[in-house]
Design a protein around this ligand. Structure first.
Ligand SMILES: Nc1nc2c(ncn2[C@@H]2O[C@H](COP(=O)(O)OP(=O)(O)OP(=O)(O)O)[C@@H](O)[C@H]2O)c(=O)[nH]1
Ligand SMILES: [Mg+2]
Length: 308
């Protein structure tokens, strides 16, 4: 059992203590749940930015470059890398920190990877809790890197204030099917690797896609960057700030926070039900019965709930 000193040390920005608090939150230990409840009720709020996009587009490099811009204005910043196989540099994971050349050893930058648990619910299960804990621990800026547009990315998009979708030249040829999904979640588009051929075509492609999409009060800007040199990264930081202003002045921020609250609440209810129903002990018998059509999955779920 952890002590209250641990939370105090984490609030004083002790890196190891923050890591231990997050591990307790992630594993949903009794101490972790209590700590999370206290942190949530502290009322401290962060600005959060999700960075997603195609594999290898340069998301980690861009996040690293963006951190440099953010640190001009922020005292404490956290990065959550949802898939640890998505390396910041070479995938070296040191305890709960990912090696990140540019910011290694910088006390102001805390980096956490969240394992893809696979199973039911997958990554989205612990990510919102980790982000909420970091928020309560006083991180003013939180950056979250994910890959693609699976269910979890869409859920993470509802978790963050601003979602940045990163592609690189030539992306559109490979992932036709992803386009609609990207448009749905993007507040800002980035065409990274603008030092490569095909950047103009990629920008034009995105712009026409946005044109054809539904009208909204905020049209996602398309920004060109070269993450490896930092070129265009200040433009991206300006666009993130412009999007924040838009959220604040239109009141959209409150709508987003309500959607986030609703999403997290219903996920928490599903998790709480999962915790109280010992699915595993029911599973073998019931799954056999479902497979043989002796009971339907929905009645089987009711039965498992009633038996708890
Ligand atoms: N030429 C060029 N290369 C870049 C640029 N940005 C990133 N890269 C390189 O692209 C490769 C992938 O970069 P990452 O930042 O790991 O990309 P990622 O999107 O995080 O990759 P995953 O997390 O594996 O999906 C690395 O070798 C980077 O050095 C850029 O602007 N121009
Ligand atoms: Mg990456």
């Amino acid at each position: 059992m952890e002590s209250s000193h641990l939370l105090d040390a984490a609030l004083r920005s002790d890196t190891r203590s923050i890591g231990r608090v997050l591990t307790n939150v992630e594993n949903r230990t009794p101490w972790g749940r209590e700590a999370l409840a206290d942190l949530y009720r502290s009322g401290r709020v962060s600005r959060s930015t999700g960075v997603t996009g195609t594999p290898g587009a340069g998301k980690s490099t861009l996040v690293s470059a963006l951190v440099t811009s953010m640190l001009h204005e922020t005292r404490k910043l956290a990065i959550v890398a949802v898939d640890p196989s998505s390396p910041f540099t070479g995938g070296a994971i040191l305890g709960d920190r990912i090696r990140m050349t540019d910011h290694a050893g910088d006390e102001r930058v805390f980096i956490r990877s969240v394992a893809n648990r696979g199973a039911l619910g997958g990554i989205s299960e612990s990510t919102p809790a980790i982000v909420a804990a970091l928020e309560g621990l006083g991180f003013a800026e939180i950056l979250i890197e994910t890959v693609g547009i699976g269910q979890s990315e869409i859920e993470i998009a509802t978790t963050t204030d601003t979602t940045v979708v990163v592609v690189s030249p030539g992306w559109g040829d490979a992932v036709q099917v992803s386009k609609a999904g990207f448009l749905e979640i993007a507040d800002i588009f980035v065409v990274n690797k603008a030092d490569r051929d095909g950047v103009n075509a990629a920008v034009a492609d995105l712009r026409s896609m946005i044109e054809l999409g539904p009208r909204s009060a905020w049209d996602p800007p398309v920004i060109e960057t070269v993450a490896t040199t930092g070129s265009g990264v200040d433009d991206l930081w300006s666009a993130i700030n412009a999007h924040r202003d838009h959220l604040d002045t239109t009141g959209a921020i409150m709508r987003r926070r309500r959607i986030r609250a609703a999403t997290q609440f219903s996920a928490a209810v599903r998790q709480a039900i999962g915790d109280t129903v010992d699915v595993v002990s029911h599973a073998d018998d019931l799954i056999g019965e479902i497979a043989e059509h002796r009971i339907d999955p929905w009645s089987a779920a009711d039965q498992a709930l009633a038996a708890r």
